[in-house]
Design a protein around this ligand. Structure first.
Ligand code: HGY
Ligand code: MN
Ligand code: MN
Length: 416
């Protein structure tokens, strides 16, 4: 079966214009985006995406957790579709490209197929997964996790954000509760195009990341219970200081990650003090430890060490300590056949490339549980992401999308 010609490229200007258009929805305060899941801004971004899918002649399906599936018919109605997607939701201080590049890159693949009137045997389905970020409602990749059977729908519906708003109600409120049962769709293959969110590709001057694996993750939510007391009049030896316990646990997390180099990271991005008053010692401190590694045994050892030693730190200070795993996925190995097609596409197009392990989690990590899956990455400036200054070049965006086009079309099989 003929593969598309060497010189076939997507429309770089159209891809970039769509990225900039989507970036106008839920603008941040410093040039990035704040389009958190199930907010009005998320709803607006979904409507814009659906409008573009309608214009491209696609049929939209929405499931009971708000995942969006825009289908381009193939010549064989019985052939399982090739899914291509990522997420439109962002961090509160997110960039314009994390996730969005994968959804709009998939749309650009379809738009290019339409331009060239190329028909494929397998249908192609563009996917926007709900709540990939896990910033507003933990855990990350929640909806793709329900789709892959990792979480129940009821568990997802019951998740609450920092203001006590409930996931299921917010999904209804923005009008994106679909009727399709979650997870019944079967995939021939799944591709996800994403910015690297790390410094490797730019530092090594490589255009394409051929993603062979994704590192695993634990999100451990600690709740430390101290005693609220006056920060001025309470003698040091009478304090039950949950804040001090927290700081020692932060040091512990840093030490465990550094003791497990190479290939381990650990840190904390969110802390909630209660009552969070500058002259009251905290009665309660809640924070989430984020540890990751591509090595399963190392990841589990890090978790065990942190939990055991944190308990000792807390008890030495008379502070109560409880831990709940609020997010987890094992390291993932992507499908070697699809990885090979991505590499072959980069070579055919003459794009520099290297094998890479994804440092961030992605919906592809869950899709890989139910179908052959892989990812393609492009560089990002200074490796910066989850920051409003996240930046890529139009050339980087287009090169990865060209590779996505060729790998997807080869998998969907051109008919004419
Ligand atoms: O946390 C992650 O790796 C992803 O950005 N949700
Ligand atoms: Mn992402
Ligand atoms: Mn992200």
């Amino acid at each position: 079966m003929a593969a598309p010609g060497e010189n076939l490229r997507i429309n770089s200007d159209r891809l970039w214009d769509s990225l900039m258009e989507m970036a106008k929805i839920g603008p941040g305060i410093a040039g990035g985006n704040n389009r958190q899941t199930l907010t009005d801004e998320d709803g607006e971004g979904r409507h814009l995406f659906k409008k573009w899918c309608d214009e491209a002649g696609l049929t939209m399906g929405v499931d009971q957790i708000g995942n969006m599936f825009a289908r381009r018919e193939g010549t064989d109605p019985d052939a399982l579709p090739v899914y291509v997607g990522s997420h439109l939701d962002t961090q509160p201080t997110g960039g314009k490209y994390d996730g969005v590049l994968g959804v709009l890159g998939a749309l650009e693949v379809v738009r290019t197929l339409n331009d060239l009137d190329i028909r494929t045997k397998h249908p192609i389905v563009i996917t926007n997964w709900t709540n990939e970020e896990g910033a507003r409602f933990a855990p990350a990749m929640l909806a793709s996790g329900v789709f892959a059977g990792v979480h129940t729908l009821d568990y997802a519906y019951a998740r609450t954000d920092g203001e006590g708003k409930v996931f299921g109600e917010e999904l209804k409120r923005i009008g994106w509760l679909g009727d399709e049962p979650v997870g019944e769709r079967k995939m021939h293959a799944y591709f996800e195009y994403h910015i690297e969110q790390g410094p490797i590709l730019e530092a090594e001057d490589k255009l394409i990341g051929v993603v062979t694996h994704g590192q695993g993750l634990w999100w451990l939510e600690f709740t430390l219970t101290g005693k609220e007391a006056h920060t001025g009049s309470t003698p040091m030896n009478m304090r039950i200081n949950a804040g001090l316990a927290m700081s020692r646990i932060f040091e512990l997390v840093q030490k465990v990650a550094m003791d497990n180099q190479p290939g381990a990271v650990g840190g904390v991005g969110q802390v909630r003090f209660s009552p969070n008053s500058r002259n009251v010692l905290p009665g309660k401190v809640v924070f989430t430890v984020d540890i990751r590694s591509p090595d399963q045994a190392k990841l589990d050892r890090m978790r065990a060490t942190i939990e055991a030693e944190a308990a000792k730190i807390a008890s030495d200070l008379g502070v109560g300590c409880s831990v709940e795993a609020v997010g987890h996925f094992d390291p993932v190995t992507f499908d070697p056949t699809l990885v090979g097609r991505v590499r072959a596409a980069a070579e055919k197009l003459g794009y520099s490339h290297k094998n890479i392990i994804s440092g961030a989690g992605h919906d592809a990590c869950w899709a890989a549980k139910v179908a052959p899956a892989t990812m393609i990455m492009c560089p990002c400036v200074d490796g910066l992401s989850h920051n409003e200054a996240e930046e890529i070049s139009p050339e980087w965006a287009a090169a990865g999308c060209d590779v996505l086009f060729h790998a997807v079309v080869e998998t969907a099989v051109i008919v004419d």
